[in-house]
Design a protein around this ligand. Structure first.
Ligand code: ARG
Length: 286
């Protein structure tokens, strides 16, 4: 990838090669006051300043890499809004807005819909099926891997396939700790993924083995510490620690690895990847 200066303008017509666009929401109101995944313990305190600093580091690193970030304003009473990955699926001029499984997160949808429309996406549609956005639906090359079970409904992949006109590969998640696809599988580039097989049922494991024979297989300690929840722009990978086996395997494959600890945000059940929603551009805007 050629290195590119930061493009500050949102009026670029053709993206500089390698530049990605992300949506993020600051953790202004982040706290753990309900429990909808096994990581959340409402009795344990959260340090808001620490969560803010960790989020900021991810944000700064993405900007330093030359990527574009649109911000969604945080809303009081919606402590999980920081996990922007769940705010939609956005590819070219289309976005599908999530239908959250848990009522605590349902009001987030309208805020994400507004922010996504404001960022210039023309066709913004509300999902019919329970669908937790890019947390469960990851574009890899031409196809979309679709995690279902704990959150997104088994009917969601077909809806996504139809709306985006892309092959969608349903994968069933079976470990309650790895409840979104982006906690169990990381997309490194258009051909490469890393994942932890026990997070998936047998049929899904076979699918992944067939599709990605060269995948990086994460170890149990790494996977269950949510290290797969990483951000890759295809060249540089932001991980929660560069001291893990997973980080070393990624570096051995030739990616640059930089670390951004996210343990304070992990109290809500998310890491760096959960904090970004990518606006995938597979062709120049119409
Ligand atoms: N507390 C949030 C929830 O349970 C965390 C979401 C993490 N997001 C993700 N993309 N994995 O919904």
């Amino acid at each position: 990838m050629s290195s590119q200066p930061a493009a500050a303008s949102s009026t670029v017509t053709a993206p500089p090669s390698g530049q990605r666009r992300y949506l993020m929401c600051p953790p202004t109101y982040f706290q753990v006051c309900y429990r909808i995944n096994p990581w959340m313990h409402p009795d344990e305190p959260v340090d808001p300043a620490r969560a803010g600093a960790q989020w900021r580091r991810v944000y700064d690193q993405l900007l330093a890499l030359g990527h574009h970030i649109d911000l969604v304003p945080a809303e009081p009473g919606l402590p999980d809004m920081v996990f922007a990955a769940n705010g939609g699926i956005v590819i070219d001029d289309r976005a599908l807005i999530p239908r959250f499984r848990h009522e605590q997160r349902r009001p987030e949808s309208t805020h994400y819909a507004a922010a996504i429309a404001e960022s210039g996406v023309r066709d913004v549609r509300q999902a019919e099926h329970v669908n937790e956005g890019e947390g469960d639906f990851r574009l890899v090359g031409e196809c979309i891997l679709a995690g279902t079970g704990p959150r997104s409904d088994p009917g969601a992949p077909a809806e996504v396939a139809e709306y985006f006109g892309r092959t969608t590969v349903p994968l069933t998640l079976v470990d309650p700790r790895l409840y979104h696809l982006d906690t169990a599988l990381a997309v490194l580039d258009a051909e490469t993924v890393a994942y932890w097989p026990p997070a998936f049922d047998d049929a899904s494991r076979r699918q992944l083995r067939d599709l990605y024979p060269d995948a990086i297989i994460a170890s149990e300690p790494d996977a269950t510490a949510l290290t797969l929840n990483l951000i890759s722009d295809g060249t540089t990978v932001i991980v929660n620690s560069d001291q893990t086996r997973l980080a070393r395997s990624i570096a051995e494959r030739g990616y640059a690895v930089i670390s951004a600890p996210t343990d304070e945000l992990l109290k809500g059940g998310g890491g760096a990847k959960c904090c970004v929603l990518e606006h995938h551009r597979t062709r120049p805007p119409a």
